[in-house]
Design a protein around this ligand. Structure first.
Ligand SMILES: *Cc1c(COP(=O)(O)O)cnc(C)c1O
Length: 368
């Protein structure tokens, strides 16, 4: 495995061998030990957001989007209306979920390099009293932009509305305190900043809101209220649990805590991001976002403005040197992305920058 490339992507990402090793056991879903693993997982996850008093942690099988769709379908009543704040592809996906599951919604879209502001939300809520919920992406992974969650959450609470946060790519690395940031639901998944393997999401759902959500969900399998009620009663998942994913995430959380928890994880990713930004700037590659709104999760770079540059070729050559990059997701400008998350440190990031420089020289795109 040591010569497998490092994934500089927003998930799946590089995991430790210890985490992968934890999947070498076949657990039974009725097994008391497995149920304890799930319970311990939920307890540890809640502690990361300081949410034990106010929220339940409801795990769900599937990729992150499954949990987002489940949260909206479960917590937004059938006669509710969602204001969706958009500055990238994941925000667009929130609106699409509302559309597909039949929840009324409106959208507010800013440019991909422009955070939504609390003032925007204040104005939008004042203008439309039908809105019951606001849905927001914390770190919009399509660029790496950070939206000002605490300020927006305060405005929403002041209006007496409810907040649903997609914190998929920030949870575990950027601080969010449930006692300071009021939310109805915060959604994340196993295979991002916690450095587990992909396969399950989890939703921190406000206890009172979840209790009042029976019958809201348009789906049986994605009904978080039912999932939680069954789990509270039996200790088991409602349907076949992703046993190996749970075991891997549990092991990944042990390492998260050994590393020093959120502050340490944040620090490592911030160091990764700095090495990446400085190194790429030194070889003439510009980042798409200004530093003030760049989250230390994933960085979008402008592609070299040279006809000899093709992403596919670039990607394959960098992969041959041990690093997997990510394509850009912007429609207007040619970009590529590099993740700062996963089991990788500043030395690894420097090696990635060196590989990129070497490849661009080979492609005769860079003359340094
Ligand atoms: C990764 C991610 C998701 C979930 O994507 P899946 O492909 O379903 O795992 C949702 N929102 C954001 C912001 C993400 O980064």
């Amino acid at each position: 495995m040591s010569n497998a490339p490092i994934l500089l992507t927003p998930g799946p990402l590089t995991t430790s061998s210890r985490t992968r090793q934890a999947m070498m056991v076949d657990w039974g879903s009725w097994d008391q030990e497995f149920n304890q693993l799930t319970a311990s997982l939920c307890e540890q996850l809640l502690a990361i957001v300081n949410g034990a008093d106010s929220h339940h942690c409801v795990p769900l099988q599937g990729s992150g989007t499954f949990a987002v769709e489940a949260a909206i379908g479960t917590l937004v009543p059938r006669d509710g209306k969602v204001l969706v704040l958009i500055n990238g592809a994941y925000g667009q996906r929130l609106a699409k979920i509302c559309k597909v599951i039949g929840r009324a919604y409106s959208t507010f879209e800013t440019a991909e390099d422009e955070p939504t502001t609390a003032a925007d939300v204040d104005r939008l809520l004042a203008a439309d009293p039908a809105i019951t919920h606001v849905a927001l992406i914390h770190c919009e992974t399509s660029t790496g932009i950070l939206n000002p969650l605490p300020e927006i959450a305060q405005v929403i609470a002041r209006h007496g509305k409810r907040l649903i946060i997609d914190a998929m790519s920030s949870f575990g690395a950027l601080p969010i305190d449930a006692a300071q940031v009021p939310f109805d639901a915060l959604i994340a998944a196993s295979g991002k900043c916690l450095e587990g393997v992909p396969g399950m999401g989890f939703v921190f759902a406000n206890k009172a809101s979840l209790a009042a959500a029976a019958g809201n969900s348009p789906s049986l399998a994605m009904d978080l209220q039912d999932q939680h009620a069954y789990m509270a009663k039996t200790g088991q998942w409602r349907f076949t649990p992703p046993t190996h994913v749970v075991a891997a995430l549990h092991e990944a959380l042990l390492q998260y805590n050994e590393e020093g928890g959120l502050p340490a994880r944040h620090q490592r990713y911030a160091s990764n991001c700095k090495v990446l930004l400085d190194g790429m700037a030194a070889i003439g590659l510009r980042s798409f976002l200004p530093a003030e709104i760049q989250a230390p999760i994933i960085v979008t770079f402008h592609a070299p403005n040279d006809p000899r540059y093709q992403f596919k070729d670039f990607y394959e050559r960098v992969k041959a040197k041990g690093f997997i990059l990510y394509p850009g997701k912007l429609t207007q400008v040619e970009t590529f992305r590099v993740g700062c998350i996963g089991v990788v440190g500043p030395d690894g990031m420097q090696a990635a920058v060196n590989a990129v420089a070497q490849v661009l020289r080979e492609m005769e795109v860079l003359d340094i």
